[in-house]
Design a protein around this ligand. Structure first.
Ligand code: DOR
Ligand code: ZN
Length: 346
């Protein structure tokens, strides 16, 4: 039996939601990951350190007994985030970063930033206190084609922010294009990017060829094959600027299978196994551990995990559906066979 032993990985971009539904998804992440950056796009958004700590305590309640998973919280940047809040973030080890959603870019981003110039004092405080900025890098301008929104955001906004705040640490979240990869690669070590399993495994044909497949609809939307290839190259390159962030984003099945379905792919049920599939297909399984377990921790200046996990090369079938509070959830690869399986730490 082929086995792969890895330092326990972390998920540097995760949506857990809240309430009863959260209790159904937290165990999936806890099984695999030591820590996760938890996104703040609840309704209402998590916008203060005080709210983040209360949310964190609800996540800890949903954590299966006997596990040591650590949620790392983020605050949702708004047009009215006070620069003073950044000092509280810097003093609170359980709050790791702030997330910038351009208003209207994605799920629950209505409260996001409308005028980037307006948050410069906050970015200046983040730069000064060493607090990372996590960016949903897409413009929302209706005149910009949805497949170009990442590149245009980088050209119009991100490059300028990076130049204006030369010490600010920035993560271009869920990078999906060759252009995004290039931008990160060409920037100094303070700029990194997360890569999702679904953007490494699928191109836009999965979403649109032979029928509309709403469970592959996410934002940023899946791109063409040449972009997927560039992402895979970045993930398997060994470059420490690229690290694992699932963007696992659960939604009730009925809200995905709808005339106006919402954005989000659910991958937390088998995240590390999905990344293993992508890395194996690229002939780069030897690069998985650094991508999944080292680069993110190093970027966030946190210690690497010490525990290990073991993956075994054996086939298993992903469930057709999973419980999600009083609804159900369709996971990526529902009903399909995966070739790597996480076995308990030995
Ligand atoms: O597909 C996505 N779903 N992209 C995001 O940026 C947000 C996420 C969500 O919260 O559902
Ligand atoms: Zn996300």
């Amino acid at each position: 039996m082929q086995r792969l032993t890895l330092t326990r990985p972390d998920d540097w971009h995760l949506h857990l939601r809240d309430g009863a539904a959260m209790w159904d998804v937290v165990p999936h992440t806890v099984r695999q990951f030591g820590r996760a950056i938890v996104m703040p796009n609840l309704k209402p958004p998590i916008a203060t350190v005080a709210d983040a700590l209360v949310y964190r305590s609800r996540i800890l309640e949903a954590r299966p007994a006997g596990t040591a998973f650590e949620p790392l919280m983020t605050l949702y940047l708004t047009d009215s985030t006070p620069p003073d809040e950044i000092r509280r973030v810097a003093e609170e080890p359980n709050v790791a970063a702030l997330k910038l959603y351009p208003a209207g870019a994605t799920t629950h981003s209505e409260a996001g930033v409308r005028r980037l110039e307006g948050i410069y004092p906050v970015l200046e405080a983040m730069e000064r206190h060493g607090v990372p900025l996590l960016v949903h890098g897409e413009v929302t301008d209706p005149d910009v084609d949805i497949f170009d929104r990442e590149k245009v955001f980088i050209d119009r906004h991100l490059a300028g922010i990076a130049a204006r705040f030369p010490e600010l640490r920035i993560v271009l979240e869920h990078v999906t294009t060759r252009d995004g990869v290039q931008f990160v690669r060409d920037s100094g070590p303070r700029i990194g990017a997360t890569l999702t399993a679904h953007h490494l495994l699928y191109n836009r044909n999965a979403l649109l060829a032979g029928g509309v497949r709403p469970h592959f609809y996410c934002l940023p939307v899946l791109k063409r094959e040449s972009h997927r290839f560039a992402l895979l190259e970045a993930a398997t390159s060994g470059n420490p600027k690229f690290f694992l962030g699932t963007d696992s984003a659960p939604h009730p099945r009925t809200q995905k299978e709808s005339a106006c379905g919402c954005a989000g792919c659910y991958t937390a049920h088998a995240a590390i196994e999905l990344y293993a599939e992508a890395f194996e297909a690229a002939g780069a399984l030897d690069k998985l551990e650094a991508f999944a377990s080292f680069h993110g921790a190093d970027f966030y200046r946190l210690p690497r995990n010490r525990e290990r996990i073991v993956l075994e090369r054996s086939e298993w079938k992903v469930p057709e559906r999973l419980p999600f509070g009083d609804a159900e959830l369709i996971p990526v690869k529902a009903g399909e066979t995966l070739h790597w399986r996480l076995v308990e730490p030995t």
